[in-house]
Design a protein around this ligand. Structure first.
Ligand code: ASP
Length: 589
């Protein structure tokens, strides 16, 4: 090896030893007679010392010629520092350099390689290898490595085996567009990149593998948001001869283990909520349960405390529902107006906001005092179980839409009240998802999870009566309001799978053509099976306390799906196109 130690490991115990370190020049401080240099590698920073009179002249000269990010090798004795630095692990010592070699000079980097950098997003992505030299970025990838390692250890221990499934496949319907790859050997035909290994993992169950997992790349050609990447990684799992309960317990165990090993956190119990309750209580299938603030209905299926008092808005509404912003009765008129404007923005689109102040002195004041007596408002306050000092924020309108809007308001108020502490973690299972959802635009039914998800046995009859009512044994895991994983108990009978494709609008021929392989496999002894997949990048970002998954991917794409470092995607030559039998439309040329 070119070095005896790393830049992160020397301490007082090494004093007087001769060592050789290699690394990058972080910073040079030349004070005339003395030069100090911070040498950096993956493990840390060690200070090198050069001193007029004591350091050989040629070494001093070389030291003076160094620039930031030069790669050097330094040999010398470990000495105790006079001025210790307790901010770094090697802060008690420094190296009195006797020999110095420049292994490779470096151009001045386009941004500071420091935790606080002056480089914007674009430039750092273009020079991602320099960005990756920064501690903060490197640590994210080290965390990712740990998450992968503990995931494997946990699953290995439970007899799961990791199997690689192919990347050049044929479309799997997970609800996004496929990336396709032309086949040179089969002109005019295309592979699709997997949106997930769904069908393959099910075939592995038919093959008797019993417990499978894979930390695997998946590809979805979607319009990108800040937290999406066209290629991303899943912890993909499948099990045979299990119930939903077994899957939930197994993977709750995994998440618990990861929290404990990676974060040193004992995750609180993971409650379960049905999809229907989640929508009713939070207006979302991924509620942030770090705080309560559940919805309370003033007018809904169970009661009506608002109609017939002359307030047309509530009279006409199917749903009047609100939240209790506990302790916020002191909000000024201006603050409430501002909230009203916030919720009326087109992104949320509420028509208005009604408030009720339950003042500290017990009096009640609302924006609808004209229509409701104090007596009537008192009933509202009771419905909310509010205390003096609380502020009720109430929306009304059509059910689903209003709940969605109130969900946004709930999250906003949660944030404003500091109830969404990033260092606190609450996981939740959302279960009993509907099997199907109706696409108004397309005028047809879609699988809410995917077409391989099984209806609940007790709801199978409804497949012929009321498709919207059919519930699935499908589940999501949500952490702090972010969906981190989802899965389902699968269909494993050919006839049911055939029927499902029919409901989803596939003709018998189309179903056979696209999924014949799976339905055929079901004729050769398919065991009951179920599984789940976790978004690995997203899990890492949660463990790392960051919003974006990009920070946890070594070489991510930007919001337009571009890798600006290698400049991809890019055009290919006419010769390549010809070889692939691809005709390019005139306009694209
Ligand atoms: N394949 C599914 C997904 O990617 C997960 C599963 O059902 O196991 O969401």
């Amino acid at each position: 090896m070119l070095r005896t130690h790393t830049c992160g490991e020397l301490s007082l115990g090494h004093v007087n030893q001769d060592v050789v370190l290699c690394g990058w020049v972080q910073r040079v401080r030349d004070k005339g007679g003395m030069i100090w240099l911070d040498l950096r590698d993956r493990y840390g920073i060690t200070q090198l010392l050069f001193e007029e009179g004591k350091t050989p002249a040629n070494v001093l000269e070389t030291a003076r010629s160094l620039g930031r990010e030069f790669v050097i090798s330094a040999k010398g004795a470990v000495i105790e520092r006079l001025a210790k630095n307790d901010k770094i692990a090697t802060g008690d010592i420094e190296i009195r350099v006797a020999e110095l070699t420049i292994l490779n000079p470096a151009k001045l980097p386009p941004f500071l390689i420091e935790d606080e950098t002056d480089g914007g997003d674009d430039i750092r992505m273009k020079y991602r290898y320099l960005d990756l030299r920064r501690n903060v970025v490197r640590k994210n990838l080290q965390l990712r490595h740990q998450v992968a390692r503990y995931t494997r250890a946990y699953l290995d221990n439970l007899n799961f085996i990791e199997v690689e499934t192919p990347v050049l496949i044929k479309s799997t319907p997970e609800g996004a567009r496929d990336f396709v790859v032309p086949s040179r050997m089969n002109p005019g035909e295309f592979y699709a990149l997997p949106q997930s290994p769904q069908t393959f993992k099910q075939l592995l169950m038919v093959a008797g593998f019993d417990r499978y997992y894979q930390i695997v790349k998946c590809f979805r050609d979607e319009d990108l948001r800040a937290d999406r990447q066209p290629e991303f990684t899943q912890i993909d799992c499948e099990m045979s001869f299990v119930t939903q309960e077994d899957v939930l317990n197994t993977f709750e165990g995994m998440i618990r283990e990861l929290f404990s090993k990676v974060k040193g956190i004992d995750l609180p119990e993971v409650p379960r909520v049905t999809y229907a309750d989640a929508m009713r209580l939070y207006g979302s299938d991924k509620p942030d349960t770090r705080f309560e603030m559940q919805f309370v209905e003033l007018k809904g299926d169970d009661r009506d405390l608002t109609s017939g008092k002359g307030f047309g808005v509530f009279d006409d509404a199917g749903l009047v529902v609100g939240i209790n912003a506990s302790g916020c009765a002191g909000y000024t008129r201006k603050q409430v107006d501002e909230l009203t404007d916030w919720i009326k923005r087109p992104q949320i689109g509420a028509k208005g906001l009604v408030y009720v102040r339950y003042n500290a002195d017990g009096s009640i004041k609302s924006s609808v005092d004209k229509f409701y007596s104090e007596e009537e408002l008192k009933k509202w306050v009771e419905a909310f179980d509010a205390k003096p000092g609380d502020l009720l924020l109430i929306l009304s309108g059509q059910g689903d839409k209003t709940r969605k809007q109130l969900n946004e308001l709930r999250l906003e108020i949660g944030s404003r009240l500091g109830l969404r502490n990033p260092d606190e973690y609450r996981a939740l299972w959302v279960i009993d998802f509907p099997l199907l959802e109706f696409g108004e635009e397309e005028n047809r039914w879609f699988a809410m999870h995917h077409p391989f998800t099984s209806p609940k046995p007790e709801d199978v009859d409804l497949l012929d009566k009321n498709l919207g009512q059919v519930r699935a044994n499908a589940y999501d895991m949500v952490i702090n309001g972010v969906e981190v994983g989802g899965g389902s108990v699968r269909i494993f009978e050919k006839e049911l799978q055939r029927k499902m494709f029919e409901i989803l609008g596939f003709s018998a021929e189309e179903a056979q053509e696209q999924f014949g392989f799976l339905m055929n496999a079901f004729e050769f002894g398919a065991p009951p099976h179920a599984g789940i997949a976790f978004g690995f990048d997203r899990l890492c970002s949660i463990f790392g306390g960051a919003d974006s998954i990009r920070d946890f991917i070594a070489f991510p794409k930007n919001n337009s799906g571009r890798d600006v470092m290698i400049d991809s995607p890019s055009a290919i030559s006419d010769a390549q196109l010809k070889e692939l039998a691809i005709k390019v439309a005139e306009t694209a040329q």
